[in-house]
Design a protein around this ligand. Structure first.
Ligand SMILES: Nc1nc2c(ncn2[C@@H]2O[C@H](COP(=O)(O)OP(=O)(O)OP(=O)(O)O)[C@@H](O)[C@H]2O)c(=O)[nH]1
Ligand SMILES: [K+]
Ligand SMILES: [Mg+2]
Length: 442
């Protein structure tokens, strides 16, 4: 049986209200002790004075709630204290709860207890962390959907189908009716083929869910003095990067977080590309090219005042992930609808702001086109991706296994890989890693 824990569930510091959550077998007795009254009706906010256990002095007056298990967040008896938000109140309540034998919760311990009591699967527990961390609307929607169990249901559905196929296969092994040339019977093979294809499609989703969770990376690239840092500052509406007319001003990669129509974006300014004279600038250019190769999208900035001259090092980066931009449109040396490397380029001016709304909307629709949620729930974590890759590899091995016994072992491995995602099998060693990332009180 677990011990009883408590933690501040709201953000620490001064505020109108702070919420302290208690969970475990002593939650009810502790609430009774603090209020000096019988437990209030379940799930109803009741005004009460909380008193220090020794002196009986009133600590604070507030609302208390009582959630008897198992119909509670953790599945255990839970109580909530909604008190005035401040340090002195928190420290007095902490002393009182500790005196009464409760312990301060570890990070993520409430969610972990909810998982262990079958209230949440692992994908739902992870969704709580994502929802709390969500900074944009699209992130919030994705986390909420996962919290509703969409992802867990998808994976559990696959696992059920595999378990059935395995039962079929084991019957084929025990009571062979025909010689199975490829290891799998006609009843089992299409199921395994179908699942391998579905999982393959889920994996090949352009990492939509992971991008939405972690942020979409956009790199600004171009020749020295093309106006990359000016453009970063104009888009961020802040003076983030140093701008000067000295070529080679920027060396380090400079990042800003943006909310682009609900999508989280990490926009990076980089060193101007050229055959560098000295070591520090050369290192900056190496970092710029490294960033270019890892970015989801590239904003290629050309100096429009030099039209029709186009920097060859920047042109070399033009591919389907690149959006060409002609900066310094205020100097108006280029045509109204310029074409760069066979592609229409957007004229902008970081100096006057001209063309910026069009650039932001072009970037926004490109992000939307690539990362908008599709009908199916999205894969959101590297942990899920690697388990799904293991699963699909095992299924592909099963399809080419020469003997039914070998195919059965591969399908068993595939089933376990799926079970690891939702926490249905051997995840003990994973739990510490997953819940450690939570903050205290969740
Ligand atoms: N007229 C005009 N000048 C600009 C514009 N954008 C940038 N500049 C000027 O161009 C010069 C270089 O701008 P930066 O933003 O430092 O250029 P950069 O591409 O970051 O340069 P490096 O960091 O050296 O690679 C500065 O003097 C800017 O004021 C623009 O749209 N119009
Ligand atoms: K510069
Ligand atoms: Mg710069």
């Amino acid at each position: 049986m677990s011990d009883s824990i408590f933690a501040l569930a709201s953000a620490p510091g001064r505020g109108g209200v702070q919420v302290i959550r208690l969970s475990g077998p002593d939650a009810g007795a502790t609430l009774g002790h603090l209020t000096g009254r019988p437990l209030p009706p379940p799930r109803q906010a009741t005004l009460a004075s909380l008193r220090e256990p020794g002196s009986g002095e009133v600590i604070d007056k507030g609302l208390v709630l009582w959630f008897p298990g198992p119909a509670s967040f953790t599945g255990e008896d839970v109580a909530e204290l909604h008190l005035h938000g401040g340090r002195a109140v928190l420290s007095a309540v902490t002393d009182a709860l500790t005196t009464l034998g409760l312990r301060v919760a570890e990070p993520g311990e409430f969610s972990r207890r909810a998982f262990e009591n079958g209230k949440l699967d692992l994908t739902e527990a992870e969704a709580i962390a994502d929802l709390v961390d969500a900074e944009t609307a699209a992130q919030r929607r994705q986390a909420l959907r996962q919290l509703d169990g969409d992802l867990g249901r998808l994976y559990d559905g696959w696992r059920t189908r595999l378990t059935r196929a395995l039962a079929h296969l084991e019957a084929d092994i025990d009571f062979p009716e025909e010689d199975l040339p490829g290891g799998l019977s006609d009843a089992v093979r299409p199921v395994v083929e179908g699942l391998a294809a579905e999982i393959g499609a889920h994996l090949a989703d352009n990492s939509r869910g992971e991008r939405l969770r972690d942020g979409i990376s956009i790199a600004i690239l171009g020749a020295p003095n093309a106006g990359k840092s000016s453009l970063l500052n104009a888009i961020a509406r802040r003076d983030v990067a140093i701008v000067s007319n000295t070529a080679g001003t920027t060396r380090d990669v400079i990042e800003v977080h943006l909310d682009l129509g609900g999508y989280p974006v990490l926009l990076a300014d980089t060193a101007g590309l050229r055959e560098a004279a000295e070591a520090i600038e050369a290192e900056g250019i190496r970092r710029a090219l490294d960033r270019a190769s890892r970015a989801d999208l590239k904003l290629l900035v050309f100096d429009g005042s030099r039209w029709p001259l186009l920097d060859p090092a920047t042109l070399a980066l033009l591919d389907e992930d690149a959006l060409p931009v002609l900066n310094k449109a205020d100097l108006a040396a280029h045509p109204a609808e310029p074409v760069v490397g066979g592609r229409p380029a957007l004229p902008v001016s970081a100096a006057t702001g001209q063309g910026l709304p069009a650039l932001l909307s072009a970037l926004g629709s490109e992000v939307e086109r690539r990362y908008a949620p599709s009908g199916a729930p999205a894969l959101t974590r590297a942990r899920h991706r690697s388990a799904l890759e293991d699963c699909r590899d095992s299924l592909l091995r099963a399809l080419s296994a020469p003997l039914p016994e070998l195919a059965a072992e591969d399908i068993r491995l595939a089933t376990r890989a799926l079970g690891r995602i939702t926490g249905r099998v051997d995840v003990e060693e994973l739990l510490d890693v997953i819940f450690r990332d939570f903050c205290i009180g969740k």
